[in-house]
Design a protein around this ligand. Sequence first.
Ligand code: SF4
Length: 74
Amino acid sequence: MPKKVKIDPDKCIGCGVCASVAPSIFVLNTDEGKSNIVEQYRTENQYVGEIPDEMESEARTAADSCPTQAITIE
Ligand code: SF4
């Protein structure tokens, strides 16, 4: 089952930590000052995506590193 990854843009402060620990999933959008899901895994919008199971631990590392708990994984 692919995992759904979401960034809450209201919580994201654009620090870039997620994009540096999990660059295959997150990219910092410098125009918005928010993290986005990389295009490859994006679904309904830039804050929502689906990743393969084997990338879950990378996503969790990013979620655990986020200073504002803006990332959720389902
Ligand atoms: S680590 Fe959290 S606050 Fe920082 S850019 Fe990523 S989602 Fe936003």
